[in-house]
Design a protein. Structure first.
Length: 353
């Protein structure tokens, strides 16, 4: 798949047993010795590899030289690692990153900004979806009003408390309360047109996801994480040292921190679009021992919807100019870098209206 965007194209490789090599100015994908795809290297700005797909040393060297990241995920879509160009020479940024993120008060201020943006965006998506549902009611039912929803009101109340929180554990608990309210209403954002409600949603579950909606959510978050990882690396940060998510060996904490602001407006939005437009069907999922995952065909449709969402143009709430969601990830990473360097007094999370 090569969904196009203003940034270039993302090459998704998921055919088990495929081999990717370089020939002249192209990446050539073969399986069992038969060429199945040929892609101009100049058109690619990211390569995503799932499971048992081999990429030759020559291809990797070429992509690294051109500063094209190669992201590796398991066959189920869990992020493993990314082959990035050599780290930027901005050592001072990383030194300041460790210093500032190690300061409990400054780290808490950043965490509050991220949680505020996340809850705001969850609340906005909830209200938009419920208002849209009300308009779609054949009877003209006006009983569904996003702003009148108890969950939306409770989330608004939680937002007013954030500035008074001085304990990271309390902040984490508040975020959890908001998430519980949001996902308690997620089912109502899904259209139930198919018999038997194959896309019914009861609660958020993962590791492994046990139903189609949760499988889509987990996969969407994995895709978003790999893009946030690339964004913080591009700016020059250490992606494994964050200010909100606990640092743990192999855990890209800073990428997860940045990802929080965009979960609802990118990942969750893609899931709702796929289900509500009928782009994915029950046949696009495999269930084995209570674990559910997308088929290859389902993934192909997911990739298309995900890249289309990233290409959507929005207005930045602080700077006022327009750009795609895909570029917005890097803009937020650069704003964070400016704060870490001391160029701006505070960091503002990305929100939509």
């Amino acid at each position: 798949m090569l969904p196009q965007s203003d940034e270039g194209a993302v090459l998704y490789l998921q055919e088990p047993g495929a081999h990717v090599g370089k020939r002249s100015e192209h990446l050539v994908v073969r399986k069992d010795g038969v060429e199945i795809q040929r892609v101009p290297i100049a058109a690619v700005h990211q390569v995503v590899v799932f499971g048992n797909v081999q990429v030759s040393t020559q291809a990797l060297e070429c992509l690294a030289t051109l500063e094209v990241p190669v992201v590796y995920l398991t066959g189920h879509g869990r992020f493993i690692a990314a082959l990035q160009p050599a780290p930027t020479k901005n050592v001072k940024l990383r030194v300041n990153q460790v210093r500032l993120f190690s300061d409990p008060h400054k780290a808490l201020a950043l965490a509050r900004a991220v949680v505020r943006a996340k809850v705001n965006n969850q609340r906005t998506l909830l209200m938009r979806s419920l208002r849209s549902r009300a308009l779609d009611e054949p009877s003209g039912n006006d009983s569904i009003r996003g702003s009148d929803e108890p969950a939306a009101q409770e989330m608004a109340d939680l937002l007013t408390r954030l500035d008074r929180i001085v304990d990271p554990a309390v902040l984490l608990g508040t975020e959890g309360q908001a998430a519980a309210l949001y996902f308690s209403q997620f089912k109502r954002m899904l259209k139930a047109e198919s018999p038997g409600r194959e896309f019914d949603f009861k609660t958020r579950n993962r590791r492994p996801p046990r139903d189609p909606v949760n499988a889509l959510l987990s996969f969407a978050y994995a895709m978003l994480l790999k893009d946030c990882f690339s964004a913080v690396c591009t700016v020059g940060f250490d992606p494994y040292f964050g200010f909100y998510h606990a640092s743990r060996h192999g855990k890209p904490s800073l990428a997860l921190d940045l990802m929080e602001e965009f979960r609802a407006i990118i990942a969750d939005s893609v899931v709702l679009t796929l289900v509500n437009t009928g782009s994915v069907r029950p046949r696009d999922f495999l269930v084995w021992r209570e674990a559910c995952q997308l088929t290859d065909e389902g993934r192909a449709r997911f990739f298309q919807a995900y890249e289309q969402r990233k290409a959507t143009v929005v207005t930045h709430p602080v700077f006022g100019y327009k750009m795609s969601y895909g570029r917005m990830l890097e803009v937020q990473a650069r704003m964070l870098a400016a704060h870490v360097r001391g160029d701006i007094p505070e960091y503002t999370g990305f929100t939509v209206r």
